[in-house]
Design a protein around this ligand. Structure first.
Ligand SMILES: Nc1nc2c(ncn2[C@@H]2O[C@H](COP(=O)(O)OP(=O)(O)OP(=O)(O)O)[C@@H](O)[C@H]2O)c(=O)[nH]1
Ligand SMILES: [Mg+2]
Length: 215
C-alpha cells in the first residue's frame, strides 16, 4: 500500500515537473536545483556566485526553507530577485510548489533560475521540480563517507561542490577517497573544491555555471 501511494505521489509530481520544464524552455531560462545538507554552505555559495555573475547574466533565486525567510533576506541583500517558499516542515520542494510561484517571476528576463532546496541529503533528490540540472553541496565537515551513504543525490547531480575546503587541515576528510567514491557512483560528475571563505575554486564553479546557462 505504502509503495503504491509513493508511486502515485511521484507520478503526479513528475507530470507537473514536465509542465515546469516546458515553461522554462519556452521562456529561455535555465534552472539549477541546488541541494545539500543543512549548513553545507548553499546560501553562502549562492551569495558568492551572484556577486561573481552579476554583470554577466540575469539570475533569479527561489529559496526553499522549512519556516523562515532568512536565506531569502540574504539573497535580497545581494540585489537579486528572490521568492521564498516555506514548506511548513516539509523536507523538500516539489514541482507544484515551483509551478505556483513561477507567475511571480520575470522568466523571459531571466537567464538562470537557481532553486535552493531545503537542507537535506535525501528527499530533495527524489522530487523532480522541472530543473535542467541538479547540483549538490557537500561540506568537508560532514565527512567523506557521505557519497556512499546517500548515493541518490550524488547520482542525480551534474556537479558536486566540495565546500569549506579551507577547513580540510582541521578534519579527517579524505579528499582522494571522496573523489573516487563520487566518480564510482557517477562517472561523469563534475567535482569542484570551493571555499566561500577564501574564494578558492569559485571561479571554476562560476565558469561552469555560465557554460551550462549558455547551453
Ligand atoms: N569555513 C567555511 N565556512 C563556510 C563556508 N561556506 C559556508 N560557510 C559557513 O557555513 C555556515 C552555513 O552556511 P549556509 O550558507 O547558511 O548553509 P546552507 O547550506 O545554506 O544551510 P541551510 O539553508 O540551513 O540548509 C555559515 O556559518 C557559513 O558562513 C566555507 O567555504 N568555509
Ligand atoms: Mg541556506
Amino acid at each position: 500500500m505504502e509503495i503504491k501511494l509513493m508511486k502515485n505521489i511521484l507520478g503526479a509530481n513528475d507530470e507537473i515537473a514536465a509542465q515546469n520544464r516546458k515553461l522554462f524552455a519556452a521562456r529561455g531560462v535555465v534552472v539549477m536545483n541546488l541541494m545539500g545538507s543543512p549548513g553545507s554552505g548553499k546560501t553562502t555559495l549562492l551569495e558568492q556566485t551572484l556577486t561573481r555573475l552579476a554583470d554577466k547574466i540575469k539570475i533569479a533565486v527561489i529559496e526553499g526553507d522549512l519556516f523562515t525567510a532568512k536565506d531569502a533576506e540574504r539573497i535580497e541583500r545581494a540585489g537579486v530577485d528572490v521568492i521564498q517558499i516555506n514548506t511548513a516542515g516539509g523536507c523538500h520542494l516539489d514541482a507544484p510548489m515551483i509551478q505556483k510561484v513561477c507567475a511571480s517571476l520575470d522568466l523571459p528576463a531571466t537567464d538562470l533560475l537557481i532553486v535552493e532546496n531545503v537542507g537535506n541529503l535525501v528527499c530533495p533528490a527524489e522530487f523532480d521540480i522541472g530543473e535542467n540540472f541538479k547540483a549538490v553541496v557537500l561540506s568537508i565537515t560532514e565527512g567523506d563517507d557521505k557519497p556512499l551513504k546517500y548515493p541518490l543525490i550524488f547520482k542525480e547531480s551534474a556537479a558536486t561542490v566540495l565546500n569549506k575546503i579551507d577547513l580540510l587541515p582541521f578534519t579527517n576528510f579524505n579528499l582522494p577517497a571522496a573523489r573516487e567514491d563520487l566518480t564510482t557512483l557517477h562517472p561523469t560528475i563534475k567535482i569542484f573544491e570551493t571555499s566561500c571563505t577564501n574564494g578558492a575554486g569559485l571561479d571554476a564553479w562560476t565558469a561552469w555555471l555560465l557554460e551550462r546557462t549558455a547551453r
